[in-house]
Design a protein around this ligand. Structure first.
Ligand code: PMP
Ligand code: GLN
Length: 387
């Protein structure tokens, strides 16, 4: 018999919506990927590396030049003090890094605090590792962590907490006081925090990304996960980074050893070059995305939609009841893609047990014309049912 945890899973909502978009020729504001590929110079560096090498197995922990570039990047931009040789491991995307954390750090029966909305890969991997998820739910419009919520799930059995910051799909960069609160609980219960920070570069002024590993007491008990896919709008490349104190890195490196062992060396070389030569990109990319966010938000507002604030990520959420739509998010998104040719993601997919069922997520990392046509189609989907 196959393992029931994976055998019983549906196909992820991202693949379902992208599949329907392809089949129906819909505009796809569902799955989060940009219209445009990332910086040409990085793609050219990858092309050169495919021709000239390296093309054979790289060192298991990743190319030294990339691990050095990752440590320098975080040390310069986020005020960290990472030691590339003992604290940085390259993985095949953040997805592999998450798997390495859950498989390597959970003992069967350990409790894992999980914050909903939760990215869909976490819970199946945690359960397959024998972890027992303890869920808390954040709710719109502010998606704040509270002391009461943390008190209700942390216990002596807590081994890990899984944090996604900035939070997909809520599009918030956690406030300093929320992170300080979480750090206080991690220290009190001797828990390790798995910090999925793949959206760390996609944060819009005046908001800031604050890495949990920089909070008092967290340096030795955080695993910081990054993704070159999100940093450079190259989502298909699947180059991830695991950064953690040596004691944690030693375990994670052994887990990585038997998940993928290594990650394509030519793409690693290109990202190493990119990290050291992209100050312009890191300055411009969030400004361009904020402009796209504002264009989509203005168009939707004009058409009667209520949009929530987006502080970061590629995503903007609409509140359906506040937009005059008395329909749950799954019904709305299915009707929108099938009848009106516009794909969105129902945010309820990020909750196992509610309570958020009436928010739809839209990806604005698209060309202006795509966003404008998306607004027209969403307006038609709204008009068909609006009060
Ligand atoms: N975590 C979150 C919160 C994400 O949104 C994504 C994908 N966008 C991932 C992990 C996976 O990242 P990667 O493609 O590097 O595996
Ligand atoms: N992270 C992307 C999103 O939230 C999806 C990635 C995937 O399809 N697994 O849309």
């Amino acid at each position: 018999m196959p393992n029931p945890i994976f055998a019983s899973l549906p196909t992820t909502i991202f693949e379902v919506m992208s599949g329907l978009s392809r089949e129906l020729g819909a505009i796809n504001l569902g799955q989060g990927f940009p219209d445009e590929s990332g910086p040409l110079a990085i793609r050219e560096a990858a092309a050169r590396a495919c021709v000239d090498g390296p093309n054979q197995y790289p060192p298991m922990a990743g190319l030294p030049e990339l691990r050095q570039a990752v440590a320098e990047h975080y040390n310069a931009r986020q005020g960290l003090d990472l030691d590339w040789a003992r604290e940085v491991t390259v993985t095949s995307g953040a997805t592999e890094a998450l798997a390495a954390c859950f498989l390597g750090l959970i003992e069967p029966g350990d409790e894992v605090v999980v914050i909903q909305p939760v990215y869909d890969a976490y819970l199946p991997m945690i359960r397959r590792a024998g972890g027992v998820p303890r869920l808390i739910s954040l709710t719109p419009p502010h998606w704040r962590l509270t002391r009461e919520a943390l008190e209700s799930v942390f216990s002596e059995k807590t081994r890990l907490v899984a944090l996604n910051n900035p939070l997909n799909p809520a599009a918030v960069a956690f406030a300093e006081e929320d992170l300080a609160l979480l750090a206080e609980f991690c220290v009190r219960y001797d828990a390790v925090a798995v910090c999925d920070e793949v959206w760390e570069q996609v944060v819009f002024a005046p908001h800031l990304h604050r890495p949990l590993i920089g909070f008092p007491g967290m340096r030795e008990r955080c695993v910081k996960i990054g993704s070159a896919g999100k940093m450079f709008a190259l989502t298909g490349w699947k180059i991830g980074f695991l950064c953690a104190a040596p004691a944690l890195t030693q375990v994670l490196a052994k887990t990585h050893q038997f998940l993928t062992f290594t990650t394509p060396p030519n793409l690693q070389a290109a990202i190493a070059w990119g990290l050291s030569n992209s100050d312009d990109w890191f300055a411009r990319m969030p400004l361009d995305l904020a402009r796209s966010r504002d264009r989509l938000a203005a168009g939707l507002t004009r058409e009667g939609f209520k949009v929530l604030e987006s502080q970061g990520t590629y995503f903007l959420n609409v509140d359906l009841p506040a937009s005059g739509i008395e329909e749950d998010d799954v019904s709305f998104c299915m009707r929108a893609v099938k009848d009106h040719g516009i794909a969105a993601i129902p945010v309820s997919s990020f909750y196992e047990t509610g309570p958020v069922t009436t928010i739809a997520r839209l990806c604005f990392a698209k060309a202006d014309a795509t966003l404008d046509e998306g607004v027209r189609r969403l307006a038609r989907a709204r008009a068909a049912v609006a009060r």
